[in-house]
Ligand binder design. Structure first.
Ligand SMILES: [Zn+2]
Length: 77
């Protein structure tokens, strides 16, 4: 029975998501994802989360810019 929550490969996955791994570590992570359903789901979830955060950050940028522009125009009109 192997119901391990994959603690060991969590670090590997984080590095993989952050693109901080060496070539051999990437290969290791990919082959693990290939055989580990748990980590594959985790990885997909984390990646979609990251994409969501990135998209949201980009969408929120104009709001900050708008505020700056409003301030530059002078609020004491
Ligand atoms: Zn795993």
């Amino acid at each position: 029975m192997s119901h391990t929550p994959c603690d060991a490969c969590e670090e590997l996955l984080q590095g993989y998501l952050d693109r901080e791994l060496t070539e051999s570590e990437v290969a290791q992570a990919e082959s693990h994802l290939d055989g580990c359903d748990y980590c594959r789901r985790r990885y997909r979830f984390e990646e979609s989360l990251r994409q969501y955060v990135q998209t949201t950050a980009v969408e929120r940028m104009p709001v900050g810019l708008m505020e700056k522009l409003t301030q530059l125009r002078g609020g004491d009109a």
